[in-house]
Design a protein around this ligand. Structure first.
Ligand code: EPU
Length: 434
């Protein structure tokens, strides 16, 4: 078992280059299954999630190589098998392969989904959309089996702008017969990245970000492409918060401010500083910061994946801050670890902001009150999911004394060599084999 040993209190300083978004890269690898021609995906991150997706594609019949320049060469000249139910349930990518595989083989079978335990995470929107497009999807023991003689355009209203369901529809509708219209589509930058790649492959797609209206005119064939993965928004926020929490001063090379508007606004609110240049963003600040009120939501709102490290930063703010998590019902399990480290926080099932959310009048703890500033102390902690794991790391970097963090496979799934890169900024973090 590997753990991180962290001695906190050292300000992070220097420059770090942001990697490509794993939540875009993995979907782009799946998009390559839609053509038999070679695809090149630049700026691929070397995280465990891209390796898991590579294993999935190779099992299907793709030839995949990653080179040192972070370029992925991927080609699926022929689909060897469209049934891969025995693959590990380590992430939520396989369900997105159903459409591409049905287009190529008429049927497909993928494992039930894994991913972080942050709520119930149903896939009813995916299944309903595939059904509308002419597929029959059956749940088998440990897998989903889908088949379709042909897939057709459909009119689909998403009950919630789900990222995964929007991607699933895109990857299926792009080669379906006729036009698919999606109302209430997700418009995350990672979705736009996928849309851009599919357009370059010959897909006919229009998307209005203002109205969340997505229209996909199906085409018979798609061609090979060279596409580029956008910078990882979660990485940028993680590095930024770690620097601000330790009163450091870092430059994140390659960071794109346009994807981070609500995060940068939140930094201004708490009195932290940043400078945007064409090459990246500098983050710096002095504690204590000001209290703030954060509410997560679908893009362009404050991203649910940012709240965990940001809550740690709010323990270093004066006054009472609140966080209202409206995307996932169970994404605050890490708060108890921060409390053990000395944070003065309490969770509740009320909607803490003026607006109520889907979880109102239910028993989900989805709000937090944070009283600050507090001095955090090192502790022994076990990560239970990816983004919470980053909150643990940030807390340990800020805390006095030593922290030992286990369960680090969760952050390895989403971040490339996070320990080495934090060390290059002056953090005292070691990966220890136990
Ligand atoms: N939902 C349903 N039914 C569905 C699909 C979603 O009820 O069929 C609900 C979910 O339970 C959740 C909400 O809709 O309450 C949003 O889920 P969404 O489908 O948007 O999330 P996802 O596609 O499963 C992706 C990222 C998450 C990120 C969310 C929101 C990947 C692999 N995962 O998940 O990232 O938090 O979008 O932006 O892209 C992470 O990277 O650690 C991570 C969890």
């Amino acid at each position: 078992m590997e753990t991180f040993t962290i001695h906190g209190g050292r300000p992070l300083r220097g420059e770090v280059a942001v990697r490509g978004s794993k939540n875009a890269a993995t979907k782009m690898m799946i998009a390559s299954l839609l053509t038999d021609e070679p695809c090149v995906i630049e700026n691929i991150p070397f995280s465990a999630d891209t390796d898991i997706t590579r294993e999935l594609c190779e099992k299907i019949g793709s030839t995949v190589s990653f080179d040192d320049a972070h370029t992925c060469h991927i080609r699926t000249a022929a689909v060897k098998t469209s049934q891969v139910p025995e693959l590990s349930r380590k992430n939520r990518i396989p369900i997105l392969a159903l459409g591409p595989l049905m287009h190529r083989k008429g049927f497909a079978e993928v494992p039930v989904l894994g991913g972080c335990p942050i709520g119930h995470r149903p896939i009813n929107f995916h299944i309903d959309a595939l059904n509308k497009m002419g597929a029959t999807v059956r749940r088998r023991e440990g897998s989903y089996y889908a088949e379709a003689h042909a897939l057709y355009g459909a009119d689909i209203e998403l009950p919630y702008p789900s990222v995964g369901a929007t991607e699933n529809i895109l990857l299926t509708a792009v080669r379906a017969r006729g036009t698919t219209v999606v109302h209430n589509a997700a418009i995350e930058p990672e979705i736009l990245n996928l849309v851009e790649m599919l357009r370059e492959m010959g897909g006919e797609i229009s998307l209005s970000e203002e109205t969340r209206h997505l229209e996909i005119r199906g085409v018979e064939r798609l061609r090979g492409v060279t596409a580029r993965v956008i910078p990882d928004r979660n990485e940028i926020v993680s590095f930024a918060v770690a620097a601000l929490g330790t009163q450091g001063d870092i430059f994140v090379a390659g960071a794109h401010a346009g994807h981070l508007t609500t995060f940068l606004r939140a930094l201004t609110e708490i009195g932290a500083s940043y400078e945007i240049t064409s090459a990246g963003i500098r983050f710096f600040g002095t504690k204590p910061y000001r209290a703030s009120h954060i509410e997560t939501g679908p893009h362009p709102a404050f991203m649910t994946d940012w709240q965990q490290p940001f809550c740690v930063l709010l323990t270093q703010s004066s006054g009472v801050s609140t966080l209202h998590e409206t995307v996932y019902e169970d994404r605050l399990a890490y708060i108890k670890d921060l409390q053990r480290m000395g944070a003065d926080m309490s969770v509740s099932d009320e909607c803490v902001s003026s607006s109520s959310c889907r979880f109102q009048n239910q028993t989900f703890n989805h709000s937090v009150r944070i009283h600050g500033p507090t001095i955090l102390k090192g502790a022994e902690i076990t990560m239970t999911d990816l983004r919470a794991g980053m909150a643990h790391i940030v807390a340990a970097l800020i805390a006095e004394g030593e922290s030992v963090i286990s369960g680090i496979g969760h952050v390895d799934r989403g971040y490339e060599k996070i320990d080495e890169r934090l060390r290059s900024l002056g953090a005292d973090i070691e990966r220890v084999e136990r």
